[in-house]
Design a protein around this ligand. Structure first.
Ligand SMILES: [Zn+2]
Ligand SMILES: [Zn+2]
Length: 425
C-alpha cells in the first residue's frame, strides 16, 4: 500500500483533483497504476482504491448474478419433511407467507430487499459496464450508474444468504431439510454479487462516463467555489446566487449541495425513532419455532442462546454481532459523531471518521434475523405443534435496522471537520 494522495494546497499541478467525501478536503491524486490504495491526507479515508479491480471481472460476475437470479427466484428453494408430509417453497413464497400471516411491512421489506432491488441493481450495472466498453455515452448512463450505487446498500443478496444459513441450521435440528436448485443458484448469485462489488472500480467507471476536467477543476484553487457531488465525486461549480440552491451534477444528475441539508437534526430524529423501537424489538418474541417438537417463542437474545445451546457457536456469534451488537454500535457511534459535530470538538476526528465509515459498511447485516424468519416460514407449517411464525418483535426489529441505516446515510461526516474549524487545514 502506498499513500499517493497529497494535500491539494501543497501539490504540483499533475493528477486529478478529488474531494474527500468524509472530510471535504480537496487534494490531488495521481492516476492509479493497478495495485495502489491512496488515502485522504487528512482523515485517512481510502480515496483511490484500484488494488484487485477489473471492470471485465465485475461485468462477468454481475451478468452471472443476474442470470442466476432467474432460477433462484422461480425454482424450488427449500423442502422440508416431517411425519411423512413435505413442504416446499420458492423464494417469493416467503413474501406471500408473511403477508398472509399479517406482517405486511415485513413482506414489503423482503420483496424490496431480496426480490426487486437486486435484479434492478445488477441489470443496471450490466448495462452500464457494457455501454462504457463502446464509444457512445448516452445521457442516461450517469444517472443509471448512480442508481446501481444507491441500491448497493439495499440489494441484500449477501445478507439473505446468511439468513438462509441460520434458518437451515435452526430447521435442521428438528426436521429434515433439503436445499433445492433455487437455493443453490441463490447462494452462487450472492457470492458472485460480492465479487462483482469487490472488483468494481467505481472511480474508473465515472471517469469513463464523463471526464473529471472541465467542471470546477480549472479554478479549484479556491475550494470555496467547488462542491463535491455526493454520488460521483465530481467537483461542481457552486451557483453564485442564491448559494443555498442545489446545483445539478452534469455527470450523474444528482443534486449537489455544500453539505447534506439538516444533516444532524434529520439523522438524530431517525435515531430517536430507532431507539424507541429498539425496546419492543428486543423485549417481545421475534419468532416462534418448534424446539424438541414444542412451539417455542424466542426473543433476539434468546435466539442467540438457543443457537449456542445447540452447539452452533459460529452462527450464535454471527447473530449476536448482526442482531445485537451492530444496532447498539450504530446508535452509540452515530450519537458520538453527531454530538462531536454539535460540540465543535476537534478531538480524535480521524477515529470518529473511521467509526462513521464502519457504521456505513456494517449496518445492513442486521437484517439477518428478519430474513431467517422469512426463509423458514413457508416450509415450517405442518401441524399445531410443528410450525414457525414471525413474532411481534420482527416488524420493529426490521424498522430499527432501516431507520439506523437511513440515519447513518443522512449524517454528513464533513460537519465534524467543518465545525472543528479545520476544513482548510
Ligand atoms: Zn478526508
Ligand atoms: Zn455527480
Amino acid at each position: 500500500m502506498t499513500d499517493k494522495v497529497e494535500s491539494f494546497e501543497k501539490s504540483d499541478p499533475a493528477g486529478a483533483i478529488i474531494g474527500c467525501p468524509n472530510c471535504g478536503l480537496l487534494q490531488r491524486a495521481a492516476d492509479c497504476m493497478g495495485t495502489e490504495v491512496a488515502f485522504c491526507g487528512r482523515c485517512r479515508t481510502p480515496l483511490v482504491h484500484c488494488a484487485g479491480k477489473s471492470l471485465d471481472v465485475s461485468l462477468a460476475c454481475a451478468s452471472a448474478t443476474l442470470l442466476l437470479l432467474i432460477p433462484a427466484t422461480f425454482e424450488p428453494f427449500l423442502t422440508t419433511s416431517a411425519f411423512g408430509a413435505t413442504r416446499s417453497s420458492i423464494l417469493p413464497s416467503s413474501a406471500l407467507a408473511l403477508w398472509h400471516e399479517g406482517w405486511p411491512l415485513l413482506a414489503i421489506v423482503f420483496c424490496l430487499f431480496v426480490l426487486i432491488f437486486p435484479p434492478i441493481r445488477f441489470a443496471a450495472l450490466v448495462v452500464v459496464l457494457w455501454t462504457i466498453r463502446g464509444a457512445a455515452r448516452p445521457r442516461w448512463l450517469g444517472p443509471l450508474f448512480r442508481l446501481t450505487n444507491a441500491l448497493q446498500t439495499w440489494a441484500m443478496l449477501d445478507v439473505f444468504f446468511l439468513g438462509m444459513a441460520v434458518a437451515y441450521a435452526r430447521l435442521h435440528i428438528s426436521i429434515l431439510v433439503t436445499i433445492d436448485t433455487g437455493a443453490v443458484c441463490f447462494v452462487a448469485a450472492a457470492v458472485l454479487s460480492l465479487i462483482a462489488r469487490a472488483t468494481l472500480d467505481k472511480r474508473r467507471v465515472w471517469r469513463l462516463i464523463g471526464p473529471e476536467a472541465g467542471s470546477c477543476v480549472s479554478n479549484a484553487r479556491s475550494s470555496d467555489s467547488c462542491l463535491l457531488c455526493p454520488s460521483c465525486d465530481l467537483l461542481v461549480q457552486k451557483k453564485a446566487e442564491p448559494e443555498s440552491e442545489p446545483t445539478r451534477c452534469p455527470r450523474c444528475g444528482a443534486l449537489v449541495r455544500a453539505r447534506r441539508p439538516d444533516s444532524v437534526s434529520r439523522s438524530m430524529a431517525l435515531l430517536v425513532a430507532a431507539v424507541l423501537l429498539y425496546f419492543p424489538a428486543n423485549l417481545y418474541p421475534i419468532a416462534t419455532i418448534p424446539i424438541e417438537f414444542r412451539p417455542t417463542a424466542y426473543t433476539v437474545f434468546g435466539g442467540i442462546v438457543d443457537l449456542s445451546k445447540s452447539r452452533l457457536i459460529g452462527l450464535a456469534v454471527l447473530v449476536f454481532c448482526a442482531s445485537f451488537a451492530i444496532p447498539i454500535l450504530k446508535m452509540v457511534g452515530l450519537s458520538y459523531c453527531a454530538v462531536s459535530s454539535i460540540r465543535r470538538s476537534n478531538q480524535r476526528l480521524i477515529s470518529k471518521t473511521r467509526i462513521y465509515r464502519l457504521l456505513e459498511e456494517i449496518g445492513r447485516w442486521s437484517m439477518i434475523d428478519p430474513f431467517t424468519i422469512a426463509c423458514f416460514i413457508p416450509v415450517m407449517d405442518f401441524n399445531a405443534l410443528l410450525y414457525g411464525r414471525a413474532g411481534p418483535a420482527a416488524t420493529p426489529f426490521a424498522a430499527v435496522v432501516i431507520l439506523t441505516t437511513l440515519a447513518v446515510k443522512c449524517f454528513d461526516p464533513r460537519l465534524m471537520w467543518d465545525r472543528a474549524g479545520r476544513i482548510h487545514g
